[in-house]
Design a protein around this ligand. Structure first.
Ligand code: ADP
Length: 476
């Protein structure tokens, strides 16, 4: 990446310079020469026309002498660095700037033909063999009495015009060079704004790809590059965190599997080697059975959590009566409640109360919450389950007057495997997965669960559900 991107940019920069030079050397050079030729010939033509209408016309109407005209055209020719001639239609030279013609010797321009100027104001050449070098010549007729009496012809060397164009071309080259040098600013900007941050980002991606998720770098710009760098670092942080979570998760799972397995192994070995006498086997086998129950519960919990997490949780939403579901869940715990002398207090809003959710999964939520409420309640107390309706939402609360949850634990109980110290003695079979399953299910429904609890007073878990439209149809 490093070489190619920078080299490509340098190459583009050089190409820009070379093409700029070619354009100036060809198009601009031609344009300048054309422009100088056109403007010189325009100026000469204006001058020739002016002379033809003034001094030369006076000469033919005999208002002024040949001498005077010769002197005047010599002065004018000096100003414009040109040669001014007055010629008869036959090609005889009448007056010539900078030269006094001998009246006894007639000078003719051989082959003079004014039609060579038809349709154009100037010609480039030797003017019918009169010059050794290429000249620009313009011609203006001297008219009087409706006929052409002669012509004013002005010549100037083409090399002079070319020199002028050359000077302008040199200015163009200097401008091009300045632009080229100034465009180095773009190169510097490119390096600062794009190349350097990109280099840092590439280096970081290499580090992340190699597994070094703690690698940090900074791109202090608020443009797309800065955003890209920040996003990349955020992504690396998230990956690092999820790797960390995974490690913790595996450590927890291993720990939770190991303790029942160690105790099972301990009891069985003691039975086999006779440390536990055969008459006590039944008692200890029951404990072993309890431990295997715990392992089964743990495995099922993990499987449930895994299925919830991986499938992005496919919900089978239906409209169902949550009051009825609560009654059923409460009924399923009747035997356990009787043993612990617990009462259910159901305060349900309306006869029926329809919600739109995945019935089976909400049943599991209720089951886990009620199971906890029973586990952590003191005997001879009651568990209250309440439904309320507010702003298109149905709130379900499961409240007990049991051991409660210390303040500092309230945020953590939804984490996988988390169990409060208070509960450890009360519930040896708990896996610490129940509430994380509850939270995953409600999260998939885009709903929330909250806990309000005071140590030694009791706990209340409240979760929300989407109210079903079926309730309105029933009302109508
Ligand atoms: P467990 O299978 O251990 O009950 P949960 O995830 O359901 O796992 O609960 C996590 C922990 O939260 C429990 O071990 C207990 O410490 C605490 N907890 C949950 N519900 C209650 C409750 N109703 N009263 C007191 N503590 C509770």
């Amino acid at each position: 990446m490093r070489k190619t991107l920078y080299l490509k940019f340098i190459l583009a920069y050089l190409l820009f310079g070379i093409f700029g030079f070619i354009v100036v050397a060809t198009f601009v050079s031609n344009m300048l020469e054309d422009h100088c030729l056109q403007s010189t010939s325009d100026a000469l033509y204006r001058e020739a026309t002016q002379i033809a209408n003034t001094y030369a016309a006076d000469l033919y109407s005999s208002e002024t002498s040949l001498d005077t005209v010769s002197r005047q055209i010599t002065v004018l020719a000096g100003y414009s660095n040109a040669q001014i001639w007055i010629i008869n239609p036959s090609g005889r030279m009448v007056a010539k700037s900078g030269e006094k013609l001998d009246p006894g010797r007639e000078v003719y321009i051989k082959g003079f033909n004014p039609s060579a100027f038809a349709g154009k104001i100037y010609t480039v050449g030797d003017f019918f063999g009169s010059f050794d070098e290429p000249m620009i010549s313009v011609l203006a007729p001297i008219t009087g009495n409706y006929k052409t009496n002669g012509y004013v012809v002005i010549h100037t060397a083409l090399s002079g015009v070319q020199q002028e164009a050359g000077k302008l071309l040199n200015i163009s080259y200097i401008m091009l060079l300045l632009i080229f040098l100034l465009s180095i600013i773009i190169l510097i900007f490119f390096t600062e704004i794009v190349y350097s941050p990109l280099k840092k980002i590439t280096k970081a991606t290499e580090q992340y790809a190699a597994g070094n998720m703690s690698y940090t770098f900074s791109v202090e710009s608020e443009d797309e590059m800065g955003y890209l760098a920040a996003t990349l670092q955020y992504m690396a942080g998230e990956i690092a965190r999820s790797e960390d979570d995974q490690k913790k998760f595996i450590a927890n799972v291993s720990h939770d599997f190991r303790s029942p397995l160690t105790s099972i192994r301990g009891f069985l070995t003691a039975m086999l080697d006779g440390t536990i006498p055969p008459e006590k086997h039944e008692k200890y086998l029951k404990t072993v059975l309890d431990e295997t129950d715990r392992l089964t519960k743990l495995t099922n919990g993990l499987l449930t959590l895994n299925s919830l997490g991986t499938k992005g949780m496919l919900l089978t939403r239906t409209d169902f009566d949550i009051n009825d579901t609560i009654r059923h869940v409460a009924a399923s715990f009747e035997q356990v409640c009787r043993e612990k002398r617990l009462r259910f207090e159901l305060i349900l809003s309306g006869d029926t109360l329809y919600v739109n959710a995945d019935k089976e999964k909400i049943q599991q939520v209720l089951y886990n919450l009620v199971d906890n409420a029973i586990k952590f309640s003191h005997p001879d107390s009651s568990i209250r389950i309440e439904t309320t309706e507010r702003h298109n939402k149905i709130f379900v609360s499961v409240k007990d007057s049991g051991i409660g949850i210390p303040k500092e634990d309230q945020k953590l109980i939804f984490n996988r495997f988390y169990k409060t110290d208070l509960s450890r003695g009360k519930d040896k079979k708990g896996t610490g997965l129940g509430l994380s399953i509850v939270q995953e299910i409600l999260r998939a429904h885009d709903e929330n669960i909250n806990v309000v609890s005071t140590e030694n007073v009791g706990s209340e878990f409240i979760f929300s559900l989407r109210r079903s439209d079926v309730n309105d149809q029933l009302e109508d």
